[in-house]
Design a protein around this ligand. Structure first.
Ligand SMILES: Cc1cc2nc3c(=O)[nH]c(=O)nc-3n(C[C@H](O)[C@H](O)[C@H](O)COP(=O)(O)O)c2cc1C
Length: 339
């Protein structure tokens, strides 16, 4: 069973499921597997990623030009590293997200290259600003999400953004099962954008120790914190903290960021722990949906299961809850206006 939304029509994919760009984790192999499963896989590009990474991973993701893929960039990092945008355009992705900062300076260049542009937003105001800048697809990213995010939950944000803009809206944050996909689509989202549920897939660039921690963690074990950015001296804007698994490092330093910034030894300990794969100190960015990740499943299978499962659930649930057949009226009209 396939699903049809404005996103599947635009991207020509069977399922409205986008594999989130996760710097350091979502490289070409994961992106390719997500696309092979019927979604759209994305490559995550970090602020310190080396030149050449995008071209190399794009070759893997596209399987030599055969498959669609996307690239996720961070707006705040592009000012100092404009070459990341040019490398992205050269790699010929179908889809690029510019998130965490204004996408405005980059939209025209991407459109000229025929690329669909998305932006993750964490508030209604950011959604409206991104649409005004010409972004084609808005991703409403709730605070449940793994990695850097805002403070509003996915469901309120999704409802607000759906009402505020007239372009397709994709839901991100906390979606990891067919139930989550079905809920977002039923609310009017054109698709879903999933990261945490892919972390344990064999194609994710995670060490075995990190994968085991993800598989063991429950939904109460994450924290939204700036400590890892402070300790690494990374220039993330303060408005975006990162959701990671809680560990000894966050227990020690969260709330004491000013002390941490001046503690050279603690900062070295984090660097050493990252090299050693010691996740009591090093970070694992993951969202609240980590409590739903219990098995390491190939990403293509996971995407197929999400898409097919959501299609069955939507059919079953609609039949179960509708009293007099499909509703007619303003709610239906509103849904179809975004999607
Ligand atoms: C490990 C990890 C790394 C991430 N890195 C990026 C990134 O480089 N760029 C980006 O736009 N979003 C990044 N994100 C956020 C995702 O794009 C997405 O919003 C999030 O994973 C969705 O919520 P979920 O984790 O609950 O599925 C990252 C998320 C995770 C879990």
């Amino acid at each position: 069973m396939r699903l049809r939304t404005s996103l599947t029509e635009r991207l020509r994919v069977p399922f409205p499921i986008i594999g989130a760009p996760m710097a350091g984790v979502a490289h070409g192999a994961l992106a390719r597997a997500v696309t092979e499963g019927g979604g759209l896989g994305m490559i995550g590009v970090g602020s310190t990623d080396r030149a050449g990474l995008i071209a190399r991973e794009a070759r893997v993701a596209s399987d030599g030009g055969r498959l669609l893929f996307g690239v996720g960039l961070m707006a705040w990092a592009l000012g100092d590293r404009p070459e990341l945008l040019e490398e992205t355009v050269t790699a010929k992705p179908a889809f690029v997200s510019v998130s965490f900062g204004s996408p405005a300076p980059y939209v025209e260049r991407l459109h000229e290259a025929g690329i669909t542009v998305a932006s993750q937003v964490q508030s209604t105001a950011r959604a409206i600003a991104a649409v005004d800048a010409g972004v084609d697809i808005i991703v409403a990213q709730g605070t449940e999400a793994g990695g850097h995010t805002g403070t509003v939950g996915t469901l309120p944000l999704l409802q607000l953004v759906l009402d505020a803009v007239d372009v397709p809206v994709v839901a991100a944050g906390g979606i990891a099962t067919p139930r989550g996909v079905a809920a977002a689509l039923a609310a009017g989202a054109a698709g879903v954008w999933v990261g945490t549920c892919l972390l344990a897939c064999p194609e994710a660039a995670c060490r075995a120790e990190a994968r085991d921690k993800v598989l063991a963690a429950d939904e109460t074990e994450t924290i939204l914190t700036r400590v890892f950015d402070v300790a690494q001296g990374i220039g993330w804007p303060e408005t975006f903290a990162g959701r990671a698994l809680r560990n000894r490092f966050t227990d020690t330093w969260h709330g004491r960021e000013a002390d941490l910034a001046g503690d050279t030894e603690a900062r070295h300990r984090l660097a050493d722990a990252r090299t050693a794969g010691d996740y009591d100190t090093a970070y694992i960015y993951a969202g609240q949906a980590v409590g739903l990740v219990r098995r390491s499943v190939p990403a293509a299978q996971l995407v197929r299961d999400l898409g097919e499962g959501a299609a069955s659930l939507l059919a079953e649930r609609l039949e179960a809850v509708l009293v007099d057949g499909p509703a007619r009226g303003p709610a239906t009209a509103r849904l179809s206006s975004n999607d």
